[in-house]
Design a binder for this molecule. Structure first.
Ligand SMILES: C[S@@+](CC[C@H](N)C(=O)[O-])C[C@H]1O[C@@H](n2cnc3c(N)ncnc32)[C@H](O)[C@@H]1O
Length: 258
């Protein structure tokens, strides 16, 4: 059963942080304190969160998946302007440690932001990090499986909301693949993600590896019978693409926007 909490009134320890395994939550003050397998991320800490030194908390696993702040802000910009003003709710299906959720909240564009995360400890990090950015009160944090939550708790809301999803990119070598086979992305392939989300929502954004197979994405447009063109945008940092977003459904872009 998913649990929902707005941090609006959470002045002390929130219900979400009470469920976290605090042994897994860290704010590292030096690279020597980090486990070896994540030390390579130390020099990227301010790219991930410009307020890192204010006490950003992450699980060791979360370091791999956080959307870098400039990228998250640019995506939030694009979402702010490409969706009609009448749509005021956005759902971040894989909130992780809060990278995208915080950027969406900082944009000030959305009346309701839902952040869904399956892992209680990671969700507690997201809530804490959102608090550091002063936006925790604008976010409803939901612990649960996003597919269940969209079919259940948020069923009536999702129809007129934007669904944003940055799923795990596990699977055979997305880093090495020249063209990444999205049907083999684990644990959720393109079929599961696009299929489930477009069944319940008219506007879906998938944040995927930069090497994703665009033919598979184009194939999904036909398969879903979408009348709108599918937009794919590369998001770059330091001159190279970090990831793409696939915009499925009714978005309208200013073609000059970069
Ligand atoms: C790539 S990370 C998301 C990172 C996030 N966008 C950020 O910037 O911090 C993917 C997250 O999805 C969570 N997750 C995996 N399956 C899930 C599911 N079915 N429902 C909700 N969360 C899930 C994982 O625990 C992980 O934290």
């Amino acid at each position: 059963m998913a649990e929902l909490e707005s941090s609006k009134n959470a002045r002390t320890e929130s219900a979400i942080s009470k469920q976290a395994d605090l042994d897994q939550v860290h704010h590292y003050d030096s690279v020597e304190d980090m486990p070896e397998n994540i030390q390579k991320y130390w020099h990227q800490r301010y790219d991930l969160f410009s307020l890192y030194d204010d006490g950003i908390r992450l699980t060791d696993d979360a370091w791999f998946g956080v959307t870098p702040e400039p990228v998250a802000n640019k995506i939030a910009d694009h979402l702010s302007t490409s969706v009609p003003a009448s749509v005021t709710t956005i759902i971040d299906c894989f909130a992780g440690a809060g990278g995208n959720t915080i950027a969406l909240a900082l944009s000030g564009r959305w009346k309701q932001i839902f952040a869904i995360e399956r892992d209680a400890t990671t969700l507690a990090c997201a809530e804490h990090n959102a608090r550091l950015y002063g936006v925790h009160g604008r976010i409803w944090f939901i612990r649960g499986d996003c597919f269940d939550v969209l079919r259940g708790q948020l069923k009536s809301i999702v129809k007129n909301a934007v669904v944003f999803a940055s799923p795990p990119w596990g699977g055979p070598g997305y880093r090495d693949a020249e063209v990444f086979d999205l049907s083999r992305m684990e644990p959720y392939g393109l079929e599961k993600l696009a299929g489930e989300y477009t069944r319940v929502a008219g506007r879906v954004v998938l944040y995927l590896p930069r090497s994703s197979d665009l033919n598979q994405i184009a194939g999904w447009r036909e398969r879903l019978g979408l009348k709108e063109r599918v937009r794919v945008t590369h998001y770059c940092m330091w001159g190279s693409s970090k990831a793409i977003c696939v915009f499925l459904g009714d978005f309208s872009f200013n073609e000059d926007d970069r």
